[in-house]
Design a protein around this ligand. Structure first.
Ligand code: GLY
Length: 361
């Protein structure tokens, strides 16, 4: 009876997952669907010239999104922090060498993926941060300029006028769910009855997103990258999952790649893209690997908004997400245009059932 119940429940909950056959090389996939296909197209068209590397394609694709300020969540003029400043996170990874370059909380430079590429190509480091990443960028010929816009400053002013709601402060006084700071930490061993009323919502998950892209050159060489302006009203200095290798994206030409979008504060605790690529290596399909990586997060954080795309080195791909319906886009082989795939949220029961099935419980 119980197993029939689970089978029925599984059928009811089965989402119209849209894992796709390989469409051929070269191939580009990324977390931006909908009307924002310009990044996919730019990377795919660049790869038509075999002299363009997979790394070049990822840089071109993500830079297109940065320049277009995709949905306000990538590039300059989006996600103002508590001080109303837009700062950028980006990383890029070479699937041949496993080398990655990244910038975190980059200030006053618009082309974050370009600076990340310079970290990869012109240093032995992996990650540079803040003002000193800006200094590196300027030394490497990037322009230091304003990354806020009238629009982002206006949205920040509205947020301040609304008592700085929502925000990411917890365990502080005055109550962060009602007022702006400055805040003072509340002792964590406090047994004061008012203590719990000072705890803000666990996460503010509706105000950010990311472009994460994987490219496969016609030779089979792969690269991946991520660019984002993070989370609106973040605490200054906050770095999300974007520039974290294995979280924002990850790639190994021998196996495949992964790109992520969603609540980076939580996602970076799970390295979902590292997990997914290693699952591919272990024999899971792209869909199984994507489901598994999301399930691990949903199990601990049922309300998390997450999305990942996973592609193996043949160009077979799938997506999985939670807490929202997200779209991803791909273009490969001789496709005339980019195709957008809608990925419904996996819920915790479905996730658990899939996991049980995999384990043959
Ligand atoms: N995924 C974007 C961020 O949380 O920064």
């Amino acid at each position: 009876m119980a197993s029939r119940y689970y089978m029925l429940l599984q059928l009811l909950l089965a989402s119209p997952l849209q894992a796709s056959e390989a469409s051929g090389l070269p191939f580009v996939i990324n977390t931006w669907g909908g009307v924002f296909t310009a990044a996919t197209d730019a990377a795919y068209l660049a790869l038509q010239d075999p002299a363009t590397s997979a790394l070049d394609a990822v840089e071109i694709g993500c830079a297109t999104c940065e320049a277009n300020q995709c949905d306000g969540s990538v590039g300059y003029g989006g996600s103002p922090d508590e001080n109303c400043e837009t700062t950028l996170d980006a990383m890029i990874m070479d699937g041949e060498t496993m080398k990655s370059g990244a910038v975190a909380a980059l200030r006053r430079v618009k082309n974050a993926i370009g600076v990340a590429r310079h970290v990869l190509e012109y240093t032995s480091h992996t990650l540079l941060a803040g003002d000193l990443a800006t200094q590196f960028a300027v030394q490497n010929g990037f322009t230091e300029e304003e990354t806020s816009t009238e629009d982002s400053l206006g949205r920040c002013a509205e947020w301040k006028a609304a008592s700085c709601q929502p925000n990411y402060r917890i365990n502080v006084t005055p109550n962060a769910t009602q007022t702006c700071g400055p805040y003072t930490p509340v002792p964590l061993n406090s047994t004061s009855p008012s203590y719990s009323s000072l705890i803000a919502p666990d996460a503010v998950t509706t105000s950010h997103d990311t472009i994460s892209m994987i490219a496969i050159h016609s030779s089979g060489v792969m690269a991946a990258g991520t660019s984002t302006n993070g989370a609106s009203h973040k605490i200054p200095g906050r770095v999300g999952d974007g520039p974290i290798t294995g979280s924002g994206s990850y790639v190994d030409s021998e196996v495949g790649g992964c790109g992520a979008t969603g609540d980076g504060d939580i996602m970076m605790r799970f390295l979902p893209c590292y997990q997914a690529v290693e699952s591919l290596r272990g024999g899971l399909s792209p869909q199984e690997a994507a489901d598994d990586a999301v399930r691990r997060m949903v199990t601990k954080y049922p309300a998390i908004s997450s999305g990942i795309v996973v592609v193996n080195n043949k160009g077979e791909h799938a997506g999985a997400g939670s807490g929202w319906t997200f779209t991803y886009a791909f273009r490969g082989g001789s496709m005339n245009e980019t195709t957008v795939v809608t990925v419904p949220p996996i819920d915790s029961i479905q996730s658990t059932l899939r996991y049980r099935e995999q384990l043959q419980l």
